[in-house]
Each structure stands twice: as C-alpha cells, then as structure tokens.
Design a protein around this ligand. Structure first.
Ligand code: AMP
Length: 286
C-alpha cells in the first residue's frame, strides 16, 4: 500500500491507471476508522480494480465551535486497517495543500442540504460538497462509496454529482451498528461510559417510529411522537430534530408515501449523535 500526501502525486498515480483502463474506487473518510469504514472499504474493494481511501479531517466542514482540533487522528492504526483490507493508496493530503492561502472557491448548496444537519451546522455541507468535489478532481474515481449513516450527506453527494456532471458512480452503503444498535461513529469515543449506554436510545426511537408506521400510523405527528416518547425516557438527551421525510427530497412528509426516511439528531452532553432509518410502508387493502 502506498501513502500519498501530495495532490499532484495522487493525480499522477490515477492518470497512469486511467490510461490503462483501470477502474478506480474512492472511499473518502476523515480517519479514526472503525468497522463502519471497514465495511465501506470492503464493499469498495469488490467494485473496483484500484482502491483509494482518503483520510483528511476537512476543516471547512467544521463550525467554529466544533471539534476540529480534538477530532481523533490515529493515523498508524488507520493505515494498518487500510493495508489489511487491500487498499492500494491511502491519500492523506495536508490542510495546507488542500486549502492554500489563495483558495477561494466553495460549492454552494442544493435545497436538499438546507434543513436538518444544514440548519444545525450552517457551513457543514458547503465544506463537504467542496472537499468531495476536490477529492473527485484529484483522484478521478469511477466509483465512490458513502455511508447511509450520514443520510443527508449521501443525498447531497448524489445531487452534487448529477448537478455538476462529475461522472462518478455513487454507492451508498448501509449503516454498521454496535450490538445495541448505536450507529458506529468516530465521535462515539467522546461518550462517557454512562452516555455510551444511553446513546443506543436514538436508534430505538427510530425503530419505534418505524414500528408505528407498520402498525398503521399514517401521519407525521403520530410517527414523530412515537419517536419522541422513547428519546424523552432519557432526560440527558436534547432533541435537535426527529423528522419524517421523503428520502429523495428530505422534505417533511405530511402524508406518508411508500418510502420514508426517519431522521434523528440528539445531543448528549457535548456529543451530537445522528442516525436514520429507511422505512417502506406496506400497502394496505382499502
Ligand atoms: P467520516 O470519516 O465520518 O467522514 O465517514 C467516512 C464515510 O464513512 C462516510 O461516507 C460515512 O457516512 C461512512 N460511515 C461512517 N460511519 C458509518 C457506519 N457506522 N456505517 C457505514 N458507513 C459509515
């Protein structure tokens, strides 16, 4: 496995392979790799000839009060995981080469990024869209994998690729969870032992929402209150949002259609957790 730090060297590596007709896959990450990332990397390995994992803690997607400085960076462990999974290149650019002092262009946001995470973290998605565009431009993958864990991010990336004709196949991989249902996340290490136990409640609340839908609850408020009831059992949680949305537009649904996505974000102490669940609504005899 090669570690490449300069965008020019990365682009040259890709250029050579593209000329030979090699299919390049990319898994963009911020490092602190866990089993969720490993699953994405394995899925990518099966879909391409040459696999690049980028590890870059992207400053433009962090707000001023967020955890950029303390974000975990266990780079040796990350490289070892990549090596074991048959990754060809770990692309680890520095902040300075990605955003030199003359850097100016930022990608602005489609409607899909306005609500939910976009509202809670105003600059976040512009930073994500910009860095994904840059990574695609440098690595030039034919295929890139993203996790459903960040549902709105994956919807945004699909839209970005369509709107800007980036020509990359986007694959969204299902969320990998801990045994109690908590979605794996690099930020879970911030949870205190007690909060770690409480944290699985967010997923339980999404499951309660899905269960309500299956029982026949057909209005948004009913599903939201089924979710909120579970979260409110844990007074330590502050709810940012519990939403019932159209999976393609991420707009709230008043009448539930055949497929909905339940989105949740809560704060537990200083840690913010997000999760989601796709639900297919059974057809009922009228
Ligand atoms: P991050 O390093 O948090 O930026 O994540 C890199 C990629 O891994 C993103 O596409 C995430 O959606 C994805 N990812 C993070 N956590 C999980 C998980 N638990 N299951 C599946 N994919 C994940």
């Amino acid at each position: 496995m090669r570690v490449i730090r300069s965008p020019a060297a990365m682009a040259a590596w890709s250029e050579g392979l593209i000329r030979e007709g090699v299919k390049i896959g990319l898994v963009p990450t911020m490092g602190a790799l866990h089993e969720g990332h490993r699953a994405l990397i394995r899925a990518a390995r099966l879909r391409c000839d040459a696999l690049v994992v980028s590890i870059f803690v992207n400053p433009t997607q962090f707000g001023p009060q967020e955890d950029l400085a303390k974000y975990p960076r266990p780079i040796s462990r990350d490289r070892e995981l990549c090596r074991k999974e048959g990754v060809d290149v770990c692309f680890e650019p520095t902040m300075e080469v990605m955003y030199p002092s003359r850097f100016q262009t930022m990608v602005t946001l489609p409607a899909i990024a306005r609500r939910w995470e976009g509202e809670a973290r105003p600059h976040h998605f512009s930073g994500v869209a910009t860095v994904v565009t840059k990574l695609f431009g440098i690595v030039r993958p034919q295929i890139a994998l993203f996790g459903q864990k960040d549902f709105q991010q994956s919807a945004l990336v699909r839209q970005l690729v369509r709107d800007l004709n980036l020509g990359v196949e986007v694959v969204v991989y299902p969320t990998v969870r801990e045994a109690d249902g908590l979605a794996m996340s690099s930020r879970n290490v911030y949870l205190s032992p007690d909060d770690r136990i409480r944290a699985a409640t967010l997923y339980k609340s999404l499951q309660a929402g899905a269960e309500a839908i299956r029982r026949g609850v057909a209005d948004r408020e009913g599903v939201q209150s089924a979710m909120a009831q579970i979260v409110k059992k844990e007074p330590a949680f502050i709810i940012d949002y519990l939403a019932v949305c159209d999976p393609s537009t991420l707009e709230p649904l008043s009448v539930l259609t055949s497929r909905v996505v339940l989105l949740g974000a809560v704060r537990l102490g200083s840690v913010r957790l997000i999760d989601n669940l796709l639900v297919t609504i059974p057809r009922r005899a009228t």
